[in-house]
Design a protein around this ligand. Structure first.
Ligand code: PFF
Length: 431
């Protein structure tokens, strides 16, 4: 449940709907589910197993299992990946905070689709405002880790995440009853396979790994905390099913709204933020409903940012522990928060056109970091962990675990690596 709480976040509620919208709907969703079950499940189980067998975090696990430093590079890939993700994740967490505040002041009352779009664009053009909200998200996350109150947050999220889940179900039911709502469901669940290209498959795989928190070494840490008698298979299946359900529910809320209120499925990253306020206006007590929803979205985002940031802090502590200047937890927290403030500010400046030189191939840093993590770093991390377990962990390590030996022999050695390499090379037109 802790792993599910960390995994369910902006990936499912913000990223999933807009990426589905950009990739044509139903057929993409089928790919997403297939990738989650065929590649995601063995990879989630594998990360849990690496953690459980080594009892370490992503930094020390590879050495503990092989007795060499040859796989340390993979820990660095994870570190870069997590930092790149946080460089835009906090920004979007800041959007959630902003929308909660705006909802509380009843700003969206009477706004139609065009006005809601204009409202988001004005916010997106305001570098100072966005920086402040991203900084609030960073400081809040860093404070939780600084004061070591993660346990309290975990207890709180055990209550709030199920409430979010219930809220999503109620909203989805409401959306389906809207005039025009069925067009949204049609878009979501009637596949049009002509939209599938290798780039689309790569995106579905990257999105699946992103939402499952796989390929970043984070689940290794969770595995490290698992009691010896905990069943890895059922834990993984439960976590994956929850993530898929929340992602689908988000889609079932957003797409009926898209068709009922005159938005376009391919609005892009602002999709959730422009469509939901339109929905809330027609629901019971719009202010209360929208503040509650964006508040719960903030909680979902924060449980994710806390685990993302924790990984970097732990990494810095461990990596500097053998140097002349070891950093303790508090110092590492400050260093991490500073790196994040700089990275998020650079993203914001590049988005708002204040720094034209901060672009990659004509894309601003927000889009570039988003694509770099989902389409390159996470698949490379996933490929690395599969190869590591499939080919380099002494087989004896998996003895006693039937699942482990099957994973080890077939899926991790062959299926996952070959699929990732083919999808990746095909999408960059090498095949
Ligand atoms: N899976 C999260 C999401 O979908 O929002 C992203 C994430 C959170 C990745 C926490 C890694 C992590 F530790």
């Amino acid at each position: 449940m802790a792993a599910a709480g960390s995994a369910i976040g902006l990936g499912s509620i913000w990223k999933f709907p807009y990426v589905v919208g950009q990739n044509g709907g139903g057929a993409f969703i089928i790919l997403y589910i297939v990738c989650s079950l065929v590649f995601g499940l063995p990879l989630v189980m594998n990360e849990f197993l690496i953690g459980k067998l080594s009892g370490r975090s992503a930094y020390g696990a590879f050495r503990a299992l092989t007795g060499t430093n040859r796989w340390q590079w993979l820990s660095w890939v994870f570190l870069v990946s997590v930092i790149v993700i946080m460089s835009f994740y906090f920004l979007v967490t800041g959007w959630c905070f902003y929308y909660m505040v705006e909802a509380a002041s009843n700003t969206f009352a009477g706004m139609d689709a065009a006005a809601l779009r204009a409202h988001f664009s004005a916010f997106e053009a305001n570098a100072l405002q966005m920086t402040i909200y991203a900084a609030i998200a960073i400081v809040l996350t860093a404070s939780v880790l600084w004061f070591d109150v993660n346990k309290g947050i975990e207890r709180l999220s055990k209550i709030l995440m199920p409430i979010l889940f219930l809220f999503l179900i109620l909203m989805a039911a409401h959306m389906i009853s809207l005039d025009g709502g069925t067009a949204g469901l049609h878009y979501l669940f009637m596949p049009d396979f002509s939209k599938i290209t290798s780039k689309v498959i790569l995106q579905a795989m990257g999105l699946s790994f992103f939402t499952l928190s796989v390929g970043m070494g984070i689940l290794i840490t969770y595995g490290g905390y698992m009691p010896k008698d905990q069943n890895v298979t059922s834990t993984s299946v439960q976590m994956i099913v929850l993530v898929i359900i929340v992602s689908l529910l988000s889609g079932m809320i957003i797409f009926p709204a898209v068709f009922a209120y005159g938005f376009s499925p391919s609005e892009g990253p602002e999709l959730t933020f422009v469509t939901l306020p339109a929905v809330f206006q027609h629901m019971f007590s719009p202010t209360l409903t929208s503040v509650t929803f964006f508040g719960l979205m903030c909680v979902a985002a924060l449980t994710s940012t806390i685990s993302l940031m924790e990984v970097v802090i732990a990494f810095i502590c461990e990596a500097t522990s053998t140097t002349k200047h070891p950093l303790n937890r508090h110092q590492s927290t400050i260093v991490t928060a500073l790196i994040l403030v700089v990275a998020n500010t650079l993203c914001i400046l590049s988005m708002t056109g204040h720094a034209d030189w901060l672009t990659v191939k004509g894309q601003n840093l927000f889009n570039s970091f988003n694509a770099l993590s989902t389409n390159i770093l996470i698949p490379v991390g996933a490929l690395g962990t599969a190869l590591f377990s499939g080919w380099f962990v002494p087989k004896a390590r998996y003895q006693g675990s039937r699942v482990g030996s099957f994973l080890y022999l077939v899926v991790l050695r062959w299926l996952v690596p070959i699929a990732i390499v083919i999808i990746f090379l095909d999408s960059i037109n090498i095949i």
